[in-house]
Design a protein around this ligand. Structure first.
Ligand code: FAD
Length: 417
């Protein structure tokens, strides 16, 4: 006998959990299936930045110039493991093709549509679980140190203003007033007032799990090995037997390609940009909000459990072990950014798999006559876009269409691949 659910959500990351809560509140009987306890994937250790300002694709053509360094330097901010090159190459080619002007514009429009509705969706979600304080709506800052970076900062500010991203230039003096622990080397930066940060992304996810359980969502620990569309719904093959559902939502982050292919026949070009963090538990008070370094290419977010240094992109697939030296490298990168060096006492390193598609947009869709819902591929922005994705999936599950006030699902359809 197969276990049964009305809707099975595969994946208990921030996307799957936010969607499960939304669906349960719409009166659906929801079971979330994950091979691990909820929130142990990419959603566990991200930088916690509500990054609504990030409306440009994950890379630009300069990536071509950086390719040799990516292959050679194991500690660089962008790293491509040469053993992974044959697997990564087709994905990189698609990424470059997507930088052609028309497609580039579509990507920016798609990212903007999600990011512009992200903050409102998170406010609704956090108020609905009575936890608005999990998100600090205090903006974020991008700083620069080299005099010759000023032109790049000015150009970025202009490009962002063209996309209606709220952004202000801050002088070194203005920065020192609000973040006095940052060093004299900082010459200025861009402040993004419509962004914010989570005090701990894992805690936020756990609060959503608690709310989902209170709304009747059941969480089970199983690995889903295979899936097929059946006459009356969907059958999942798990490591503990069969699971039948009227609808399934695939929300397995970077691991979503195999099940999507099994259900739809579409081999989506999903890859992973592995990212790292170093958590510094004794450095809670150093920064008032999240600060990113333009030249050093990483972010520092003040969280309840300390200061989180996070970032870097590593192309090495899902199977290769983490290179935790890259997490410790974040501390080396922070040297010179503060008047006093950051303490690494009790520091913990972490690696996670960002789920990335070569056009930088997620897949949010309903296919197979409505039996299959898809929500994955949110790259560097899964936390930012989780609440709005959940609202979209809520409407797709019921009506097959979007809702006025929410982004149109068109740019995120599976059929674009
Ligand atoms: C270093 C780093 C920093 C980041 N910073 C930010 C940030 O500041 N802001 C932001 O918005 N985003 C950020 N991100 C991106 C964000 O973390 C991800 O986009 C987001 O967490 C993806 O969520 P998800 O639910 O799709 O995937 P995940 O959280 O990875 O969840 C997928 C779940 O699926 C489960 N699963 C997979 N396969 C199976 C299977 N076969 N059977 C059962 N279960 C399965 C996994 O166990 C996992 O729990 C960052 C990412 C990293 C790595």
């Amino acid at each position: 006998m197969a276990e049964r659910a009305d809707i099975a959500v595969v994946g208990a990351g921030i996307i799957g959990v936010a969607c499960a809560l939304q669906l349960a509140r719409q009166g659906r009987q929801v079971v979330v299936i994950d091979q691990q306890p909820p929130g142990m994937g990419a959603s566990y250790g991200n930088a916690g930045h509500l990054a609504t300002e990030q409306v440009f694709p994950i890379a630009d053509v300069s990536i071509l110039k950086r390719l040799p360094a990516m292959l050679i330097d194991p500690m660089g901010p962008l790293r491509l493991d040469w053993r992974y090159l044959p697997r990564a190459l087709p994905w990189f080619i698609r990424l470059l093709l997507n930088l052609q002007p028309a497609r580039y514009r579509q990507t920016v429009a798609g990212l903007r549509a999600l990011n512009e509705t992200s903050l409102g969706a998170w406010q609704r979600l956090l108020h609905s679980i009575q936890r608005p304080a999990l998100l600090r709506e205090d903006g974020s800052l991008l700083v620069f140190e080299r005099a010759n970076s000023r032109a790049a900062i000015d150009a970025l500010q202009q490009r962002m203003q063209q996309q209606n991203v709220p952004v202000d230039f801050w002088s070194a003096e203005a920065i020192r007033k609000v973040a006095p622990q940052l060093s004299e080397q900082i010459r200025g930066g861009l402040f993004f007032p419509s962004t914010g940060h989570f005090l701990d992304p894992y805690t936020a996810l756990c609060e959503l799990v608690t709310a989902a359980k209170a709304s009747g969502v059941e969480f089970v620990q199983r690995q889903v090995l295979d899936a097929r569309v059946a006459d009356l719904g969907v059958t999942l093959v798990t490591d503990q037997g069969l699971f039948a559902a009227n609808q399934v939502l695939i929300a397995c982050g970077a691991h979503s390609a195999k099940l999507t292919a099994a259900l739809t026949g579409n081999n989506v070009p999903l890859d992973t940009e592995r990212g790292y963090h170093l958590m510094l538990p004794h450095e809670q008070q150093r920064l008032p909000f999240a600060v990113t370094s333009l030249e050093r290419k990483f972010i520092m977010t003040p969280m309840a459990g300390g200061l989180r240094l996070a970032g870097t992109v590593e192309f090495a697939g899902l199977k290769r072990p983490a290179n935790m030296d890259r997490a410790w490298q974040l501390h080396r990168l922070s040297k010179g950014l503060f008047r006093e060096e950051l303490s690494t006492e009790d520091a913990t390193p972490w690696m996670g798999f960002r789920p990335s598609l070569p056009d930088s947009l997620p897949i949010i869709d309903r296919v197979c006559d409505g039996k299959v819902l898809l929500a994955f591929g949110h790259q560097h922005l899964g936390l930012t876009q989780a609440a709005v994705t959940a609202e979209m999936i809520g409407h797709l599950a019921e009506t097959g269409t979007g809702e006025p006030g929410l982004p149109s699902v068109h740019p995120y359809r599976l059929e674009r691949f």
